[in-house]
Design a protein around this ligand. Structure first.
Ligand code: GLU
Length: 508
């Protein structure tokens, strides 16, 4: 059996959408499961759509989620270059071979002439409006011009494209492991441009040649490429590679949370969740798109969530490490129907992963997050925040947000609590409480319980009044974890100081 080789082949036309991460993941899992290779190929032949920084973004995102290619730009490998813009000479040669064999032709039509053809065809709605076997004989190409004319046009530097010559009236069949039998009549297929007037290949040409030269055995990609596959199948035939065509699997779409339509990059902004793995700034529009990383997701949680968006293990199990995903993954368990992007489920996964991650590992993230906000935390400080807030954090960014009062004084108290719950006449009793705690020689949970009990009894305060008040004095907000855990994490001196200082803020 041939060694399994799969590729993830994004075009650097912008940030990698979360669907791209799923495609990369399924390719990776399939490769690793079978001891095969996972390649990264950058499909950058469309100069007009090239976005600076997009390739670096893709690579950083793959690193972040831990899907490290075995081969690819910057990753080594024997089948490079892995960036299509560095392979132009290869494609040219193959295109010429297709012309010689009568499967492709030179086309000299200008953009205006093509537009005119379309306008002409539009008059008659029964005809397809495309450059195809019905229309090509009325256009300016090497099928209609004499070879002398063609030669002189090429040598005089006339711009030209090379188009694929789609056979007339036939049905192209291929098998897709998810869609099963797929067939398309050639009447639906246009004579696709293979080499553009800038000399660079189109996606179709470069993709097929590279899959062949890089010995790709299985193509796993998004459903949007299904309709192009008929062209690809014909190219394999034209080149005489049909018997060694890769196996195709086109992954169903990821839908908006509502289930209506495909998840788009704009949905993130609209619904308030990330659709990109990392933050991305669109330089043209200035729009900033939020990333899962910056939102505070653990990469493992994101992968686990994405894995189950279209695939199921056939078991009840939901939490899978990457190694387990490799172990359980199988292409036949990829569903046919589209999956709804359920952000609440993504959050649930992240919460589960936070619960199950070692404090020392979480500490690295919390320290980084604090640093971004200008606060340097020691390992001990980070761990004490984690211990208090592990049960109450959905995102990694929730830790420092909730626990920063443990490190530095609070800037303000909750306004709602201040105006609706706090009573100024309580002030003296709380100052007395601060003194009692300060003078107590023990600072333990038992002692604090005893002091608070006596305090409530003396002033006939309710628990529901005292606990929120103390929480506000410590952290600024009336909610939080176990009161004793909070007080003991702060230390006696700080707790007492916070009561004294923040009562002033409550009374202002
Ligand atoms: N360059 C295509 C993309 O951006 C790759 C499609 C394929 O995998 O063949 O998605």
């Amino acid at each position: 059996m041939k060694p399994i080789r799969v590729r993830f082949a994004p075009s650097p036309t912008g940030a990698l959408h979360i669907g791209g991460i799923r495609t990369a993941l399924y390719n990776y899992l399939f490769a690793k499961k079978s001891g095969g290779s996972f390649l990264l190929r950058i499909e950058d032949t469309d100069q007009t759509r090239y976005v600076p920084g997009a390739e670096e973004y893709i690579i950083e995102a793959l690193h972040w989620v831990g899907l490290i290619p075995d081969e690819g730009p910057g990753f080594g490998g024997e089948y490079g270059p892995y960036r299509q813009s560095e392979r132009s000479a290869i494609y040219k040669e193959y295109a010429e071979k297709l012309i010689q064999d009568g499967h492709a032709y030179y086309a000299f039509d200008t953009a205006e002439e093509i537009e005119a053809m379309k306008a002409r065809l539009q008059q008659d709605p029964s005809d397809s409006i495309k450059y195809d076997y019905n229309t090509r004989m009325s256009m300016k190409n090497s099928l209609t011009l004499s070879s002398d004319e063609v030669e002189s046009m090429i040598s005089s530097g006339q711009p030209y494209t090379i188009r694929m010559k789609i056979p007339a009236d036939e049905v192209v069949h291929f098998y897709d492991t998810i869609r099963e039998e797929v067939s398309l009549h050639t009447a639906e297929l246009d004579d696709k441009v293979l080499i553009k007037s800038d000399g660079l290949p189109t996606y179709h040409m470069a993709n097929v040649i590279d899959d062949r030269l890089m010995k790709i055995t299985h193509v796993i990609r998004g459903e949007e490429w299904l309709s192009s596959t008929a062209h690809h199948v014909l190219l394999y035939r034209f080149f005489g590679w049909e018997s060694e065509m890769p196996e195709f699997s086109h992954l169903p779409l990821i839908l908006k949370p509502s289930g209506n339509g495909k998840l788009s990059k704009r949905d993130g902004a609209q619904f308030g969740f990330p659709v990109f793995p990392l933050d991305w700034k669109d330089e043209k529009t200035g729009d900033l798109f939020l990333g899962f990383r910056e939102q505070g997701f653990l990469p493992e949680a994101l992968l686990n969530f994405m894995a189950l968006l279209g695939w199921n293990s056939g078991t009840e199990k939901e939490i899978f490490s990457l190694d387990e995903l490799i172990q359980y993954f199988s292409k036949d368990k990829i569903g046919k129907s589209s999956s709804r992007f359920d952000y609440d489920k993504a959050k649930w996964f992240n919460q589960q992963y936070i619960q199950n991650t070692e404090d020392t590992t979480l500490a690295k993230y919390v320290i980084q997050d604090a640093l971004k906000q200008g606060q340097k935390l020691t390992d001990e400080q980070a761990i004490s925040i984690i211990k208090l807030y592990k049960d109450r954090s959905i995102f990694l960014t929730d830790f420092f947000k909730q626990g920063k009062y443990l490190i530095s004084d609070i800037a303000e108290v909750d306004q709602d609590f201040k105006s609706k719950k706090w009573k100024q006449e309580w002030t003296d009793s709380y100052l007395e409480l601060a003194n009692t705690i300060e003078q107590s020689d023990e600072f333990t949970k038992e002692k604090l319980e005893e002091i608070l009990k006596a305090f409530m009894a003396k002033y006939t305060y309710k628990m529901g009044e005292v606990l929120p008040s103390l929480r506000v004095m410590m952290s600024g907000i009336p909610m939080g974890p176990d009161i004793y855990a909070m007080i003991l994490t702060l230390s006696k001196a700080v707790f007492v100081k916070r009561i004294r200082e923040n009562i002033i803020k409550l009374n202002k």
